[in-house]
Structures are given as C-alpha cells and as structure tokens.
Design a protein around this ligand. Structure first.
Ligand SMILES: O=C(CO)[C@@H](O)[C@H](O)COP(=O)(O)O
Length: 221
C-alpha cells in the first residue's frame, strides 16, 4: 500500500484557492475541508467552490465533509468528480447506504471518526468503505496539536484491515508534521493530511516530499 500525502488547503490563502492548489503539484491528492458551522464551529466552502476548483486542477480531490446530514449532501460531491468523499459517522444515519451511493457515483467512500469515536462499531462494516479517516485533532481548525491518544485507534483499524486482507486506506488528519508523521505511519496510517506543515513551508513541494519520505520509512518499519 502506497504512502499518500493530501495537503489540506484550510490554512492556505482561500481567496486564491486555485493558485494555492497549484503550489502543491508534488501531492497525491488535494484535501478539501467542507465545514458547515453546525457539525463543526467553522465555515469554509461548499459544492459550488469544489466544483469550480476541480475544473482548475489535475490533482484528485479528497473531500472531507464536516457537515450535518451528509446522507443528503455527500452524493453531489461524488457527482462533481471528487475522487474520494469522506463523511463523519457521527453525522450519518446510514453510513453503509451512503458509502454505496458514493461508490455508485464513482468515488471512493470513506468514513471519518472524531478523536472520541471508537472504530469498534464499524469493524464488521469495513469492506463497505475504501478508507477510514482517524481524526488526530478535534475537527474544525488547522494548526492544532496531534493527539497521541489516537494512535491505538489507528493501530486497531489497520490490524482489522490486515486481518480482512482488504485494500482499505487509513488516513490521519490534524497536527501531521515532520515530528508526528512517523508515529502515525508506524501505527498503520498510509494517507496523511497535512495543512499548516505544507502551507507554512517556504517550499510546499519539498515539504510534501520530506513528509512522504519520513512516512514511507516508518511504515515499512
Ligand atoms: O480537517 C481538518 C481540521 O478539522 C484538517 O484537515 C486541518 O486543516 C489540518 O490542518 P493541520 O492540523 O495540518 O494544520
């Protein structure tokens, strides 16, 4: 399973979104945080912005929906061409049905778990999903510190996927940096969202490469 770096644009210059995405050509995906100011106490952008942005970049989009009622809103992001659509299990009333809707529309379907949400209720459902996002900060804002207490959940998730023999990605998001990425990779994450680490670097592409190399070395053990 490959190591993937998906920079979050949350802490970039959102008034020039296409320009900011143009600065991360070394990335594997671009991570787009859709926030509705209800599920999380922050407001970013929605479907019209994502649609327009997708027309301006070659990078596949990794859309992270931090919204209430993803059951209603998520399929439209898949229809708009997002390669991966992640919704929160805390907000969905029918995660399996929604994942099937996303897959039917050609997107990878992913569930996200807040730091306080366990993976256990979802272990039997794992084959329905292409990725599990283990949030390593409370969702809502960039620039927070990585919560080390989430590492056992990353490990449990990876072990369950390995036991299934399935090709399901484990993503981490929040506080990912040169300091924290190796620990997350050792615990079994293979996809890394990094916001401020990438966008505060003088050379975002060099930072992406450095993060990928650190994760790769740690993941292989
Ligand atoms: O979803 C979120 C925050 O809710 C993230 O994607 C952040 O944007 C990550 O930012 P850093 O912690 O890497 O600065």
């Amino acid at each position: 399973m490959g190591i993937l770096i998906s920079p979050s644009v949350l802490n970039s210059d959102l008034s020039d979104l296409a320009g900011e995405v143009g600065r991360i050509s070394a990335a594997d995906f671009v991570h787009l945080d859709v926030m509705d100011n209800h599920f999380v106490p922050n407001l970013t952008f929605g479907l019209p912005v994502v649609e327009r942005l997708l027309a301006r970049t070659e990078l596949p989009a990794d859309v992270h929906l931090m919204i209430e009622d993803p059951d209603t809103w998520a399929p439209a992001f898949a229809e708009a061409g997002a390669r991966s659509v992640t919704f929160h299990v805390e907000a969905s009333s029918a995660p399996v049905r929604l994942a099937r809707e996303l897959r039917k529309r050609g997107a990878r379907a992913a569930i996200a778990l807040k730091p306080g949400t366990g993976i256990e209720p979802y272990l039997d459902l794992l084959p329905e999903f292409d990725m599990v996002l283990v949030m390593t900060v409370e969702p809502g804002f960039g620039g927070q510190s990585f919560i080390d207490g989430t590492l056992p959940k990353i490990r449990r998730t990876r072990d369950a996927i390995t036991a299934l023999g399935a090709d399901i990605w484990v993503q981490v998001d929040g506080g990912v940096s040169r300091t924290t990425i190796a620990g997350a990779a050792q615990a079994g994450a293979n996809m890394f969202v990094a916001g401020s680490a990438v966008y505060s670097a003088d050379d975002p592409n060099a930072e992406i490469t450095a993060l990928r190399e650190l994760a790769d070395a740690a993941y292989r053990g």
